[in-house]
Design a protein around this ligand. Structure first.
Ligand code: SF4
Ligand code: ZN
Length: 760
């Protein structure tokens, strides 16, 4: 342990704790102890404090016990002689620092000073866009502040399946703007979340990225917390909530939360520029989580001891890093961070002239920045993937048939057909739609390229910047070729891509594609739970929710919406020992509730004995468990003799007095909760949707966004269920936000649930 670091951290901790105490006393005097303290959109109070102490802070008054707790953890600043630096004391002071920092942010929230105003900062993609368009994007001018629960869970699936390997908490300012951009681009290309905070002499990496026009926000995986060191606490709040949300832990289980992070959350702190006492103290806090600290300045190092496998504190002075340019040095710096933390990054080299990685998936290409679009209002684009015979496919062949876009005016549109032909010994026709759906993600990974939609409503935009860097239509083929081989190599041996702009050929293939889509629709619609002998399991989320198992059947997809029965089947072919295993149905124990011997046994074993039975078609009796990444929450409303379905994208209040984010805290965690269930939104359309309780007719309240985005499909369900005007009888956030309003609405409309058998 370095004496220098220990002293600085202990000094920093003492200072910030007394600062927090002073601020609290002032705030209580001015505003009163009952003044609420709330972080936005989280059910976890002040999460770091909750995690370490179990205290559910709700008011300024509640913070006093937190400060008292922090003070107990402090140690006196050691003298210069006869003092042996001890890691434990430094780590304790680190915890005290984190508690004080979160308390300070809580006080700032109480005073309306958070999120921090940063003039000119525009965030892309908040976690939801409310239907009235009143999202943070339009408002702008503020740092993100703490990440909300909805976003945490939305990232959950990527965190668990490894697409998102971890996060980098960057504190300070880079050597130059060039270095700043290079650092975040390197991290983005590896799909590592980037959290930004802190400054050096008033200048923050957030300012640097703003100056360089780098898009920040949830969609691009770059989250600016604030320009002071204290706001770095939000990164640790995110880490704590990961453990609480996905690890099934509770507030106060400090040791387990820290261990969870050490082994499952791959994160590190990158300190850019001079490190002061407060930064040392905060870094000491992060060390408790097992997050190493890498600095680009000269500081004493803390190297591996017997207990830890990796270095704690690493100094990599920017000037000493090899490289001609700051960008190159920055790349090496990021490389070293990844080595130190041992993050496993799977990157696929895609030979295109723009940066590539999932972090670019959320990037938008605005009309003003657009060089050309395919599809959209003024043209049509389609994508069609089909299986072909081995000798029909020439691996790696990428052809453009027809003109490129040189002759189309800037901002113009043209037709484009994307035909992907694949061959492979393990390929099956059933996998065509599974693979075809990947085209969206694959193409979107290119920086400056936007892909929306699928099938014949595909809509692709190239930005001017991407085209200036040399991006051409044929690069779409390069992307698809590289990614299909990399991600689906075990079922696909040969890949050939044909890009069609020639009008006659375009029309011809559009026709063929439409016939294929139609045939697939029919085949899928015909597939029922009765028509197959086995379901599939999904245990992907167990890395975060250790006892959760999804059973996926043809008529019930996984609750995250990402895996249906065919996806699981394909995934099993790709990786026979992976998270999707066939589950033979075995003896049917109850056809109405959807209970089979096979799934019961599988779930019992794979939930480690915590879940004994699962009903596929019921919310009331042995419902399926939920991890945390559900698209919707279904919940019984006893007074209405029905259920409500709340979408993750719905920020509004529900009749039970809780919003999605609060409900999610109750529904998740891998426990069976009768009356409550996480579901994928397409399950709503299934004939087996809570069929044991009467099916879709039980829905008395439905998030408006679902009503709007799935109107046609839901209408078809209402007709199938024999109540064609049912959709109008179902309340939503506009018509009912309390039980009383809901009941009045249902009475007035004559909702069928009111006269159905009692749900209990
Ligand atoms: Fe997780 Fe279930 Fe989705 Fe699998 S299907 S990723 S277990 S939520
Ligand atoms: Zn999950």
């Amino acid at each position: 342990m370095s004496r220098y670091i220990a002293k600085a951290a202990i000094r920093g901790a003492n200072l910030i704790v007394s600062e927090a105490e002073k601020m609290l006393q002032e705030a209580i005097k001015e505003l009163g102890p009952e003044t609420p303290v709330v972080f936005t959109n989280t059910a976890y109070y002040l999460p770091v404090i909750l995690g370490f102490t179990g205290i559910e802070v709700q008011t300024l008054g509640d913070l006093q016990q937190v400060i008292d707790y922090a003070k107990k953890l402090l140690h006196p600043v050691p003298g210069d002689t006869l003092w042996l630096p001890y890691l434990g004391e430094t780590l304790d002071c680190g915890v005290a620092t984190l508690l004080a920092e979160e308390a300070i942010e809580g006080i700032r929230f109480a005073r309306g000073l958070q999120p921090e105003p940063i003039p000119g900062l525009q965030l892309t993609g908040t976690s939801f866009t409310s239907p009235d368009g009143n999202s943070q994007e339009e408002e702008g001018g503020f740092a993100n502040g703490p990440i909300d629960d909805v976003q945490l869970r939305a990232w959950g699936i990527q965190l668990v399946d490894g697409r998102m390997p971890g996060f980098a908490a960057i504190v300070g300012a880079a050597r130059s703007n060039e270095a700043a951009v290079s650092i975040v681009r390197e991290l983005q290309q590896r799909n590592i979340l980037v959290f930004l905070s802190g400054n050096v002499n008033g200048r923050s990496i957030i300012h640097q990225l703003m100056e360089e026009g780098v898009e920040m926000g949830y969609d691009t995986y770059i989250v600016p917390f604030g320009t002071d060191t204290i706001s770095a606490i939000y990164a640790l709040g995110f880490a704590t909530r990961s453990a609480l949300t996905f690890g099934g832990l509770s507030g106060g289980q400090a040791r387990d939360i820290l261990l969870y992070n050490k082994y499952r959350v791959f994160a590190f702190v990158l300190a850019l520029g001079e490190v002061d006492d407060l930064k040392y103290a905060t870094a000491a806090g992060a060390l408790n989580y097992g997050f190493p600290v890498i600095a680009d300045t000269v500081i004493p190092q803390i190297l591996p001891t017997g207990i830890t496998q990796y270095e704690h504190v690493i100094s990599m002075p920017f000037d000493d890093i090899e490289g001609e340019t700051d960008a190159e040095k920055a790349r090496r710096l990021v490389q070293r961070c990844i080595e130190v933390r041992g993050i496993k990054v799977k990157i696929t080299e895609v030979p295109i002239p723009v940066p590539y990685g999932s972090a670019f998936e959320g990037e938008r290409v605005r009309r003003a920045d657009m060089r050309i679009e395919f599809g959209g209002r003024n043209a049509r684009a389609f994508e069609y993937l089909r299986m072909a015979d081995f000798d029909e496919v020439e691996d790696g062949k990428i052809t453009l048939i027809g003109p490129s876009f040189e002759d189309v005016e800037v901002g113009g549109a043209m037709n484009l057909g994307i035909l992907v032909e694949v061959a492979g010994r393990k390929m099956q026709e059933d996998f065509e739609p599974v693979l075809e759906r990947q085209i969206h993600y694959f193409i979107n990974g290119a920086s400056g390229v936007q892909h929306i939609g699928q099938r014949d409503i595909t809509w692709i935009r190239f930005s001017k910047a991407a085209v200036e860097k040399g991006f051409q239509i044929k690069h779409l083929g390069e992307i698809l070729y590289a990614r299909f081989h990399a991600d689906f190599g075990s079922i696909v041996d040969k890949v050939q891509v044909t890009l069609i702009t020639d009008e006659e050929l375009f029309q011809e293939w559009l026709q063929k594609a439409r016939e294929a889509y139609q045939a697939r629709n029919i085949r899928l619609a015909d597939m029922t739970d009765e028509s197959v002998d086995e379901f599939y399991s999904c245990t992907l989320c167990q890395s975060f929710a250790p006892n959760h198992v999804c059973i996926v059947s043809p008529e019930r997809l996984g609750l995250c919406g990402a895996y249906n029965w065919l996806d699981c089947k394909a995934s099993y072919q790709i990786n026979p020992t992976g998270p999707n295993q066939p589950v033979p149905k075995g003896i049917c124990l109850d056809p109405v509730y959807g209970v089979w011997q096979g799934p019961n046994e599988f779930v019992y074993q794979n939930s480690h004995g915590t879940v004994e039975r699962v009903s596929m078609y019921s919310i009331m009796r042995d419902p399926m468990t939920a991890c945390g990444c559900f698209e919707c929450i279904a919940m019984v409303i006893p007074e209405a003799n029905g259920i409500m379905v709340v979408s993750r994208e719905d920020p509004s209040m529900t009749p039970v007095g809780m919003k999605f984010s609060t409900l999610a805290g109750i529904a998740g965690g891998g426990l069976q909760t009768p009356g409550m269930m996480g579901v994928g939104k397409y399950y709503l359309l299934s004939k087996k949707f809570i069929s044991a309780e009467g099916g879709f007719k039980r829905v008395v309240w439905l998030s408006k966004i679902l009503k709007e985005t799935m109107r046609d499909e839901l209408q078809a369900v209402c007709e199938r269920e024999g109540v064609p005007d049912l959709l109008d009888k179902i309340a939503d956030g506009d018509t009912a936000t309390t039980i009383e309003e809901l009941l009045a609405f249902l009475e007035e409309k004559g909702h069928p649930a009111l006269t159905m058998d009692p749900i209990f």
